[in-house]
Design a protein around this ligand. Structure first.
Ligand code: SF4
Length: 79
């Protein structure tokens, strides 16, 4: 391993219809607002969270979530 791989989470709130599957799978990254629409608690996730967050992204029934490769120097994941 060459240090922590970083990924950026992107949410399309226009597609989200609030099933909250993502929240159930990774409630440290995803939440829903008062209207039930997804909000990101943090955008950049490290390797330790990668598989769990990727599963949440795949689990979204609206395909409203995606992961992008984070640029080097992106904000560190919140602890
Ligand atoms: S799983 Fe998808 S549709 Fe459901 S709250 Fe999360 S982003 Fe929105």
């Amino acid at each position: 391993m060459n240090g922590p791989a970083m990924a950026r989470v992107v949410a399309d709130r226009g597609l989200c219809t609030g099933h909250a599957v993502c929240v159930a799978m990774a409630d440290d990254v995803f939440d829903v607002d008062d209207h039930g629409i997804v909000v990101l608690l943090r955008e950049v996730v490290g390797e330790a969270d990668g598989q769990r967050v990727a599963a949440a992204v795949r689990g979204c029934p609206r395909t409203a979530l995606r992961l992008e490769e984070a640029e080097p120097g992106a904000a560190q994941p919140a602890e």
